[in-house]
Write a protein that binds this ligand. Structure first.
Ligand code: NAD
Length: 492
């Protein structure tokens, strides 16, 4: 672990210690450029370097984060991170996802702005902030192969996670003077998980009457964002949609290399570019360091280095305006000079103290550190067990036969109501055209509408097991204050 000092100018300030990781691929190049600019701008920042990512994976650490790195991360609380390559397959866990979850970084803020006419874009009027839920959704990474043919990934959405991110989006909009918050979900299909996100958006939105609100199904929301981003101001989304759409939004400003992002939690904050490690251009001195630089500017705002942050951003804007562009944003006839990563940093440094002439200069008064959210748990609901979904591995693709087999396991208290295959009802009254895999769900409901005891479920499972059927898993069916906590099947 390397410790370095990046000291600077004018006022004497106790340096803030931050953790840095250069990362993989283009990470070291863009981190060096960013640190060089920060140092030249006169910021009191002390850095402790940790090694995470590829090197750590290759040394046999499946998490990609050595245990000593955690101590430094927890001590410094602020982390400037280069992009990390996540190896595909092989049981390696994503460093990024692990950091966001372990450090409780629930909000990911991704501003995407176009710099027309200096950077080529089809969307000259674009200034969108994507606020992405950062800890939940399919990124729980809980996956299981259950049969020869079917693999499952759990999508987990919690009330605390949803409330915190939606409140964060409204607080962000209020404190930054933004007028509208849009919410994208797919609750026409995922009625309970995305439904919770949408309902929470509507409920919490009522507390912000001055802010315009809208909900869009994510497919048309994504289409409009790509086509007419000027319709949007702040957009809040569950994790997966936010991940995908923030790359699209950054790319249509001119380059994904222009997007910086902040990951915020109650105690920690992590600053990084939106883009990844771009291995194809690594080591060539051609990567655009702007995304990481904009993230570092947010870090400076976090530690109240407002003046230095503004000096850097204004010099960066001036550099773009002067047509000094890295390869990703260089356009013949528009740009003046194509530069590499290092030269781009030097051009910015040479403009420190200058303001952009046409693009709006920045003058920061605050960062994001003052935005906080809390979650007050509601009183627990009355939770009653009313049935069970029993998932069965059954290679014979015949629903009628399975139903006959399973019905032999009926108990007095639980009766078979339906069988589904990949969520579609195939018994009773299924269609022969419906393709079936080897993965079946048998739904049993309380026969007399009375709440069940878990022992009733265990008895049923025992009976099914005795029939020679292989139970893969079960899901209990509960009502909460009388409202079913489970969905119907497609075609039910
Ligand atoms: P990527 O963002 O690395 O690259 C996508 C495209 O954008 C490539 O053509 C690349 O050359 C270009 N690009 C990206 N950043 C650029 C920059 N600064 N300047 C110029 N061009 C740039 O996405 P990918 O190829 O899908 O992923 C590569 C690796 O990065 C994967 O292992 C992925 O898991 C990882 N990744 C990491 C993070 C992170 O650390 N936060 C985020 C996304 C992807």
């Amino acid at each position: 672990m390397n410790k370095k000092w990046h000291f600077c100018y004018m006022k004497v300030k106790i340096p803030t210690r931050i953790t840095i990781a250069r990362g993989d691929g283009i990470g070291p190049e863009i981190m060096d450029a960013t640190l060089q600019i920060i140092t030249a701008a006169g910021c009191a920042i002390e850095t402790d370097e940790i090694i995470v990512g590829e090197k750590s994976y290759l040394s046999g650490n499946q998490s990609g984060i050595p245990s000593a790195a955690w101590d430094i991360l927890r001590k410094n609380k602020l982390f400037l991170k280069g992009p990390i390559t996540t190896p595909q397959g092989g049981g390696y866990k994503s460093v990024n996802v692990t950091l966001r979850k372990v450090l409780g970084l629930y909000a990911n803020i991704r501003p995407c702005q176009s710099y027309h006419p200096y950077i080529a874009t089809k969307h000259p009027v674009m200034d969108v902030v994507i606020i992405r839920e950062n800890e939940e959704d399919l990124y729980a990474g809980i996956e299981h192969q259950q049969t020869d043919e079917v693999i499952q990934c759990l999508k987990l959405i919690s009330k605390p996670g949803t409330e915190k991110i939606i409140r964060y989006a409204f607080e962000y909009a209020r404190s930054s003077g933004r007028k509208k918050v849009s919410c994208f979900t797919k609750d026409n299909i995922m009625k309970l998980t995305d439904g919770l996100f949408h309902k929470t958006f509507d409920r919490i939105g009522n507390e912000y009457p001055e802010i315009e609100k809208e909900h869009l199904i994510v497919d048309i929301g994504a289409a409009r964002l790509a086509d007419t981003p000027e319709l949007f101001d702040v957009i809040v989304m569950p994790n997966l949609y936010g991940d995908i759409l923030s790359d699209i939004a950054a790319q249509i400003t001119g380059s994904v290399g222009l997007g910086g992002s902040v990951n915020i939690g109650q105690q920690f904050a992590l600053f990084e570019a939106i883009h990844g490690s771009a291995p194809m251009i690594a080591g060539k001195d051609i990567a655009n360091p702007s995304g990481l630089l904009l993230a570092a500017i947010q870090l400076l705002l976090h530690v109240e280095e407002y003046e230095a942050a503004a000096r850097i951003q204004n010099a960066w804007l001036r550099t773009l305006e002067d047509g000094i562009h890295t390869a990703d944003i260089f356009r013949e006839g528009l740009s003046k000079k194509k530069v590499g990563t290092r030269a781009f940093a030097e051009e910015i440094i040479s403009r420190l103290g200058q303001l952009p002439q046409k693009l709006r200069a920045v003058d920061f008064q605050q960062g994001l550190a003052h935005i906080t959210t809390t979650y007050e748990p509601a009183l627990p609901a009355k939770k009653e067990l009313v049935g069970v979904d029993v998932f069965i591995h059954y290679a014979n693709r015949n629903a009628e036969e399975l139903a006959t087999h399973v019905q032999k396991s009926h108990s007095d208290l639980l009766s078979l109501k339906m069988i589904t295959n990949r969520g579609t009802k195939v018994w009773p009254g299924g269609f022969p055209e419906t393709f079936c895999t080897d993965h079946w769900r048998c739904r049993f409901i309380s026969s007399n509408d009375h709440p069940l005891a878990y022992s009733n479920v265990l008895e049923l499972m025992e009976a099914i097991h005795r029939q020679g059927l292989e139970i893969i898993k079960t899901e209990n069916l509960y009502t909460f204050d009388g409202v079913p906590g489970f969905t119907a099947a497609q075609g039910q």
